[in-house]
Write a protein that binds this ligand. Sequence first.
Ligand SMILES: [Zn+2]
Ligand SMILES: [Zn+2]
Length: 134
Amino acid sequence: MRVRTCEICGKRVSRYVCQECGREVCQFCLEPNTWVCLDCYHSLKQETPVLEVFPWSTPFKLFLLSFLLILIGTIFTLIASVLPGTFSIGAIIFLGPIPIILGAGPHLIWVIILAFALTILGIVAFITLRKRAG
Ligand SMILES: [Zn+2]
Ligand SMILES: [Zn+2]
């Protein structure tokens, strides 16, 4: 019985066959993920460059804009809540163009009015920027 040796290193017993060139290779000369010998693996790796694409699409920009609006709204409501004699908490959450107003405290009505005014301002800015983008 003839023992086949690896056609790459010629030292170890070959157990696998390269799926690219058909050479018999040992376990150390085989790339386990691609099932090809190391020679083919390196040449294939050079032939197929890894493409990394990060698309800055329009939905992402709109998401970023609404996130910015949430941040501005939160800052304004925080300022309103730390005003003397006011212990109200309010926040506007934008789900796309739909605003959700959250609030708690004795002066909630003023926080809501402020939040509402900011929401309208935000929507106007949102539409204006959207028109400018498109
Ligand atoms: Zn080998
Ligand atoms: Zn090969």
